[in-house]
Design a binder for this molecule. Structure first.
Ligand code: ADP
Length: 558
């Protein structure tokens, strides 16, 4: 008798005998306790962010079973990951690595190819290997979440020395979020920019360290397995090392499994003050963005500020029914009323000042006088708004303290679920205005209220449009899916591309990056086929299909 039950879905072109043989061999690698075959729907009913699913997308826009693993394998250490790569090659079974699987809005832990075997790296490989407060960096394994690193800094009384950056939700991992090029809101908000040094298992099972990590530490004990060897002291200090800079090919990619990553930390800035500036009119958007650009590029605005349309804070403060009993979309008059009710503007800019009082006072005087040119602009600090959840949340996030309060806005609708549409644009009033008009119009044409924010990185804006739908309502899901596809095409026609994508949209978005007859995709495919000739690692990730998959049969919609 087989030790494991049959999976609900098998990997492609794999029969149940082969699957069971693979799983038994995987059990020899990781131990029987570290295998979970996904055999019946009760195993993919999880919806809770903090106790998240490891096999399906909790915020599914297509059927829940569309993106589903056959089994979850939990490696205990790096050699297990290496063995799993070798096994996957031997059986030609696709594996899908993730760290904590909380990549919600983009697919969570679910694989692109139905029936893939999930590699849950975070379950056991969750050590904080080093925190260096002099040079301000940490070295972590995949399972280290923002909450974990924060707890470590607090318990060891290290926040007096260093701060970290966090994204909107703190339950995800540093490695997962960074590889996906996620963002946060302190001066270290560009997570990919702030990583330094990777240790990676390649699809053939070999292990590399990038950058200065490739230079052995002379004191390292050569008797130890390579993943345990003491690392070069400059690994987390200088990203580039010598020769081609390879790190980029491991982000948003299917070319390696990252098992260690260095992350730069901020020095404790010696003082912090969050602020909110509200702007009363919808038309103020143009001016706000024009004022913001030089302030941000010159670092007078030190962090990535968040410029939100009114419904973000409104949705954080309560469900839609708190504001209207009508099913009809909210019109401008109603949005003005909500803004007034919440003592907010139609646009609300959340930012922060870092440094000693004298530095903050100087920066604030420039910021205040610049935005003061917009009639009706109001300026607030936290103490002015003691009951404002949005302000409290930003005040916490902007000083690198993780929370999960930001997730509240998905409850705008019952059974609220969300997709992110995230195009990049230059920081100009014209572009912001045009992007806002186009996206709002399409969002509304598809029967949704517009909820969106502009996050100003440095020279560009990430526009994050939150499509909140009811996941238990097929019609609502269908509309959300049609909407996002329409948005992708309409944005590409204007020269706007997305920085990150849900599983269901990776092909679509990859297809828009088509300069010179898809030359970049051809390069990505060449790399994929060279490093992973059997196409076992995350096939289809970000639209890159290995040669042994007939692409035309796999791209969505199929
Ligand atoms: P989060 O850390 O936000 O929970 P996930 O663990 O869900 O993020 O990871 C998001 C995506 O990033 C995964 O679906 C996978 O494609 C990629 N990824 C995450 N961790 C790794 C890793 N350690 N190695 C390779 N790819 C990874």
């Amino acid at each position: 008798m087989e030790e494991f039950r049959d999976p609900f879905v098998l990997p492609p072109s794999v029969d149940r005998e082969k699957f069971h043989e693979f799983i038994s061999r995987a059990a020899q690698v990781v131990g029987i306790m570290n295998i979970m075959v996904i055999s019946d729907p009760s195993q993919f009913s999880k919806q809770d962010y903090m106790d998240s699913s490891k096999s399906h997308d909790m915020f599914h826009v297509l059927e829940k079973e569309e993106f589903l693993s056959s089994a979850v394998v939990m490696p205990r250490q790096v050699p297990d990951v290496q063995d799993m790569m070798r096994l996957a090659n031997e059986f030609e079974i696709p594996v899908w690595p993730f760290s904590t699987g909380r990549n919600i809005g983009y697919g969570g832990a679910a694989p692109r190819v139905r029936g893939s075997v999930a590699l849950d790296l975070g379950r056991h490989m969750n050590r904080i290997l080093e925190v260096n407060t002099d040079a301000a960096y940490a070295l972590v394994e995949p399972g280290v979440s923002y909450f974990d690193l924060h707890d470590y800094l607090v318990k060891n009384n290290l926040r007096k020395d260093v701060w970290m950056d966090v994204p909107d939700l703190g339950g995800g991992s540093l490695i997962g979020n960074t590889l996906e090029r996620g963002i946060g809101y302190t001066p270290y908000g560009d997570h990919w920019m702030m990583h330094c040094g990777l240790e990676v298992v390649l699809p053939d099972g070999s292990l590399i360290r990038t950058g200065m990590g490739a230079l052995p530490n002379p004191q390292a004990d050569k008797n130890k397995s390579p993943h345990e060897q003491e690392w070069n002291k400059s690994w987390q200090l200088f990203n580039y090392g010598f020769g081609p800079y390879n790190d980029g090919i491991f982000s948003q990619s299917s070319l390696g499994v990252v098992v260690k990553m260095g992350v730069s930390l901020m020095m404790n800035p010696g003082g912090f003050q969050s602020y909110l500036i509200t702007f009363p009119r919808n038309e103020d958007l143009h001016k706000i963005v024009e004022i913001m650009r030089p302030l941000r590029i010159s670092l007078v605005i030190q962090n990535a500020p968040k410029l939100e349309s009114i419904l973000v804070a409104a949705a954080l403060a309560g469900p839609r029914t708190k504001y209207t009993s009508s099913e009809k979309l909210l019109d401008d008059q109603e949005l003005d009323n909500i803004a007034e009710q919440l003592n907010l503007g139609r646009w609300n800019l959340y930012g922060a000042l870092y440094g000693p009082q004298v530095v903050r006072d100087s920066l604030w005087s420039v910021i205040k006088s610049s935005f003061g040119n917009i009639p009706g602009a109001k300026f607030f600090f936290l103490e002015d708004r003691p009951d404002d959840l949005a302000m409290q949340t930003r005040n916490t996030t902007f000083q690198g303290i993780p929370t999960i309060s930001e997730l509240e806005w998905v409850n705008w609708l019952p059974n609220g679920s969300h997709l992110f549409f995230s195009p990049i644009a230059p920081v100009t009033g014209d572009e912001a205005q045009a992007q806002y008009q186009l996206t709002r119009q399409l969002v509304q044409e598809h029967g949704f209220d517009f909820i969106g924010s502009f996050l100003v990185g440095l020279r560009e804006m990430h526009h994050i449009v939150c499509i909140v739908f009811d996941r238990k309502d097929d019609e609502s899901r269908r509309r959300a899916y049609t909407l996002i596809k329409t948005l992708i095409a309409a944005a590409a026609a204007r020269g706007w591309g997305e920085y990150r994508a849900h599983l269901a949209l990776m092909d679509e978005i990859a297809g828009t990056y088509s300069f010179n007859d898809n030359a970049q995709m051809k390069l990505n495919e060449k790399l994929k086929n060279a490093l992973d000739p059997k196409g076992i690692l995350a096939p289809g990730k970000n639209g890159v299909w290995p040669a042994n998959y007939k692409k035309e049969e796999w791209v969505m919609p199929h």
